[in-house]
Design a protein around this ligand. Structure first.
Ligand SMILES: [Zn+2]
Length: 298
């Protein structure tokens, strides 16, 4: 983890996950917290070494790698937390992530780990789309749903902290099928990013770029290809297939070998999101046959 400076006000701790940081008039604002206590201890140590303050924390979305350290930050350093309404509800009731991944049922123990269930914590303030003020900081909250239901991007001092609305090229290649909950919203958010002019942007996973258009376009192309190859899997069987069958063929097609239940469920959410988008376009339909949920081309 290292502290990178973009402007007089804007910085980020870079590494596996981006933790944004802004300073103004002697106050410090953190954007996301990393996965756990140890990420926050490292951030705190670097800030103390650099003589930089920490007073507030904004959380972009309720995924454990972005808010898992928030409980530590609040309980040990009394830092108030801010998030958009729906993400706030999940951060405060973090068991909801393994619950939704497990079809709404009480999740099996294997899913109750720090990667899927960050430590729950009370969020102090709600953010709103548009201009927000916290202490001396004034920033724009940009709605960027699709990767999560109510993800926020932050535009502050002309730097965009884009959360997981797009991924850096290396991360995109590593994930193969990125996590999404809504394919249409994901594409709309990516399109929105193409029209934001600012000094530069940093995603939740990836590096800072002054011109991030090319990387955003790579994300758009990847989702379009993933959707097209999924429809091709569905189309090979006019009578339809179960989602498990589609999952197996689709993962094989992308040479993915899943190693645990959590990872499979994350992929299933993305596949379901793509299928839902294709259903909206009337390219396939869902129905029940012989007590099985079948997806068939239209
Ligand atoms: Zn995320």
């Amino acid at each position: 983890m290292k502290l990178q400076k973009f402007t007089e006000q804007c910085f980020a701790f870079t590494g596996a996950v981006t933790i944004g940081y802004c300073v103004k008039e002697g106050k410090g604002l953190l954007i996301d917290t990393g996965l756990d206590d140890s990420a926050m201890k490292k951030v705190k140590r670097i800030l103390v070494e650099e003589g930089l303050p920490l007073d507030y924390c904004v959380i972009t979305h309720a995924h454990a790698d972005h808010f898992g350290g928030a409980h530590y930050l609040k309980s040990k350093h009394d830092i108030p937390l801010f998030a958009l309404k729906l993400e706030k509800a999940i951060i405060e009731n973090s068991v909801l992530e393994p619950i939704y991944l497990f079809n709404g049922a009480v999740p099996i123990n294997e899913l109750r780990n720090k990667f899927l269930e960050g430590q729950a914590v009370e969020v102090d303030g709600e953010l709103f789309t548009g201009e927000n003020t916290i202490g001396p900081f004034t920033f724009d909250v940009i709605d960027l749903p699709g990767h999560s239901h109510s993800q926020a991007g932050l535009l502050i001092d002309d730097i965009l902290y884009a959360a997981d609305s797009y991924f850096g090229s290396e991360t995109l290649k590593k994930h193969v099928i990125p996590f999404i909950v809504d394919a249409d919203q994901t594409l709309e958010s990516l399109e929105k990013l193409l029209h934001i002019s600012c000094k530069g942007a940093i995603p939740g996973h990836g590096r800072f770029e002054e011109n991030f258009t090319g990387t955003v376009k790579e994300n758009i192309e990847l989702h379009e290809e993933r959707m097209k190859s999924l429809l091709a899997v569905v189309n090979t069987s006019p009578n339809g297939k179960t989602i498990d069958h589609i999952m197996r063929e689709y993962l094989d097609l992308h040479t993915i070998t899943v190693s645990n239940v959590g990872q499979w469920l994350l992929f299933r959410t993305s596949v379901t999101a793509y299928l839902t988008s294709l259903e909206r376009k009337k390219l396939l339909s869902f129905f029940i046959q012989n007590n099985e949920l079948i997806i068939k081309p239209c």
